[in-house]
Design a binder for this molecule. Structure first.
Ligand SMILES: Cc1cc2nc3c(=O)[nH]c(=O)nc-3n(C[C@H](O)[C@H](O)[C@H](O)COP(=O)(O)OP(=O)(O)OC[C@H]3O[C@@H](n4cnc5c(N)ncnc54)[C@H](O)[C@@H]3O)c2cc1C
Length: 259
C-alpha cells in the first residue's frame, strides 16, 4: 500500500499572520512557518496503518516555497518514508486550480493507492483541494472524514454533518480528507529526527511534471487584485442600568436590526 499524504506549510496560527496588501501574498517572514496541524494528523492516520501493515510506504508531499523542506523533515521524523517538495517560481501566488492541478500531476507522477489530506488548511481555508485533486485524477473522493479505516482494497470513514452522520466507502485508489476529530499526531522521537536526516527528500519542478500536468504555471489563473485589512473593532456600547436599561437595550437591538 502506497499512501501519499498532502501536507501544507502554513504560518503558525499562534503567531503573527499578515497578507502583503500590495502583492496579495502571504508575508512569509511575518511569523514561524509550520506544518499545518491537520496535515500532521493526516500523517498520523497513514503511519498508524503502515505500522500495522508491513510493506506499506508513506510519502509526504507538499507544494510550497524554499522553506518547505524543513517542515517536510518533520513528517519524515514522525515516521514517513520519503518526502516530495514541489518548488517552482511559477507557483508563487497559485490559486486553488493551479495548486490542485500541480498536486494531481505530482500524484500521477508518483503513483499512489491512497491520498490522505486535511479537510481545510488554516491559511487559505478553501477546503476544496482534496476534491479537486480527486476529480483531476478521476478517483473517488471521501472528504471530511472523522474516522478512517483502510483495507488493502478500500477506505471507509464517517462523515459528520449538521444533520447527521453517514458512513462512506471508496474503492482504492482514492483521495480522502480528514477532520480534527482524528487523533493528535505523535511527536517525533530523537531517533526519528536523526533518521529523518538520511531519508529521501526529492524536489520536483513544473518541468519535471510537464508530461503529467497541463499546468505550466503561466496558464491563466485567478489572482488577487485587491484586498483590505479587516477594520479595527469599534468600542462596544455599555448600558448602565438607571431604571431604563431594558428600554436602552431594546433600542440598541432595534437600531442594529437585531430584533
Ligand atoms: C483567486 C485566488 C487567488 C489566490 N492567490 C493567492 C496568493 O496570491 N497568495 C497566496 O498565498 N495564496 C493565494 N491563494 C490561496 C491559495 O491558492 C491556497 O492557499 C492554495 O490553493 C491551497 O488552498 P487552501 O489553502 O484553500 O487548501 P484547502 O483546500 O483548505 O486544503 C485542504 C488540504 O489540501 C492539502 N493542500 C492544500 N494546499 C496544499 C499544498 N500547497 N501542498 C500540499 N497539500 C496541500 C492539505 O492536505 C490541506 O489540509 C489564492 C486563492 C484563490 C482562490
Amino acid at each position: 500500500m502506497k499512501i501519499v499524504v498532502l501536507v501544507k506549510e502554513v504560518p503558525d496560527t499562534w503567531g503573527d499572520r499578515r497578507l502583503n496588501l500590495e502583492t496579495g501574498l502571504l508575508e512569509r517572514g511575518a511569523g514561524e512557518l509550520v506544518l499545518d496541524e491537520i496535515g500532521e494528523r493526516a500523517i498520523e492516520v497513514a503511519l498508524t496503518y503502515a505500522e500495522a501493515n508491513s510493506g506499506s510506504e508513506v510519502v509526504v508531499l507538499a507544494m510550497g516555497p524554499a522553506s518547505v523542506p524543513t517542515n517536510l523533515r518533520k513528517g519524515l521524523a514522525m515516521g514517513a518514508d520519503r518526502a516530495i517538495h514541489i518548488l517552482d517560481d511559477a507557483l508563487i501566488g497559485a490559486d486553488t486550480t493551479l495548486t490542485a492541478t500541480t498536486l494531481a500531476a505530482a500524484l500521477s507522477h508518483e503513483g499512489f493507492d491512497l491520498v490522505i489530506a486535511g479537510n481545510v488548511s488554516t491559511d487559505g481555508g478553501g477546503a476544496v483541494i482534496p476534491s479537486m485533486v480527486a476529480e483531476l485524477l478521476d478517483v473517488p473522493a471521501a472528504t471530511g472524514l472523522s474516522t478512517v479505516a483502510i483495507t488493502a482494497t478500500d477506505v471507509t470513514g464517517r462523515r459528520d454533518t449538521e444533520v447527521g452522520s453517514y458512513t462512506v466507502k471508496a474503492a482504492l485508489p482514492a483521495v480522502v480528507s480528514i477532520t480534527e476529530a482524528l487523533p493528535d499526531a505523535r511527536f517525533p522521537s530523537f531517533k526519528g529526527i536523526m533518521a529523518a536526516k538520511k531519508k529521501p527528500l526529492d524536489t520536483l519542478t513544473l518541468a519535471d511534471l510537464a508530461a503529467t500536468s497541463g499546468a505550466s504555471g503561466e496558464d491563466a489563473h485567478s489572482i488577487v487584485i485587491s484586498l483590505a485589512e479587516r477594520p479595527a473593532r469599534a468600542a462596544g456600547v455599555t448600558i448602565v442600568d438607571e431604571g431604563d436599561a431594558g428600554t436602552q437595550l431594546a433600542e440598541f437591538l432595534a437600531k442594529n436590526q437585531l430584533i
